[in-house]
Ligand binder design. Structure first.
Ligand SMILES: Cc1cc2nc3c(=O)[nH]c(=O)nc-3n(C[C@H](O)[C@H](O)[C@H](O)COP(=O)(O)O)c2cc1C
Length: 225
């Protein structure tokens, strides 16, 4: 860490011009958290299904509905199979991960040889999609059928995918009120990725903050009570 950071009384500042790449990864992955996990199912050119989790992931637009996913390089081969499949087919399904699926998700992250059916290894059933050929993971509470919106070549080892959502499957019991599209997080029990090599969080520790409006709350905030 010698030259990469400077200290003040309250903070250490790391300048990414001089920070080693693995250290930048550590800092990002341990501070931007919890991260949702895109458990991506995709097909290779022969139609074989592949599944793997990606936590450099989030929804980044709703009109159009877009997700961003960050793929790191794969040291043992030329990129992740998931990314290769998405480049070949232009399609993917993003499944979300619940607590009871976390171990199965972890199995699908194994560095298996290309063409290995990780879903079979994890004992997971699939169900068909409509817009895309890749199947969804049947037990996942939420699955988005997606196609490629844009693939951004970063110039570094990483590649950023922008995926457009075409449809979403939501398990019936995830709804508190289907007509109003109110969902109940405690029925989905989605997990997030935390720091370190094996850190995860649940989504059970919730608190609420009411939104403020200038009309109702502005004067109070300005100390004019
Ligand atoms: C919870 C979790 C999150 C992960 N997030 C990412 C990620 O954001 N980007 C990435 O490139 N790899 C990530 N990985 C590693 C990939 O899942 C792993 O390299 C996997 O073997 C890739 O599979 P594939 O080659 O079949 O696509 C993550 C692994 C786990 C367990």
């Amino acid at each position: 860490l010698k030259d990469s950071h400077t200290m003040t009384d309250t903070h250490a500042r790391f300048d990414f011009a001089t920070t080693a790449k693995p250290d930048i990864y550590k800092l990002l992955a341990s501070t931007v958290m919890p991260r949702p996990i895109a458990w991506i199912t995709s097909l290779d050119a022969e139609g074989r299904v592949n599944a793997a989790p990606f936590s450099f992931f989030n929804a980044v637009s709703s009109d159009p509905p877009l997700f961003a996913v960050g793929f790191s390089g794969a040291s043992d081969r030329d990129g992740k199979d998931t990314l290769a499949n998405i480049r070949t087919t232009g399609e993917l399904v993003i499944n979300l991960v619940s607590e009871e699926l976390a171990d199965a998700m972890n199995i699908t992250a194994i560095d298996a040889p290309r063409g290995t059916d990780e879903l079979a290894l994890a004992g997971l059933a699939t169900a068909p999609s409509e817009h895309v050929k890749a199947p969804r993971i049947a037990a996942s509470p939420v699955s988005y059928e997606c196609n490629v919106f844009q693939i951004i070549e970063t110039g570094g080892a990483g590649t950023v995918l922008l995926a457009r959502a075409l449809a979403v499957h939501v398990r019936h019991d995830a709804f508190a009120n289907k007509e109003r599209l109110y969902l109940n997080p405690s029925n989905m029990r989605l997990v997030g990725r935390m720091h370190g090599t094996g850190g995860y969080s649940t989504t059970r520790d919730e608190f609420e903050i009411q939104r403020l409006s200038w009309a109702a709350d502005g004067a109070k905030l300005q100390g004019a009570e």
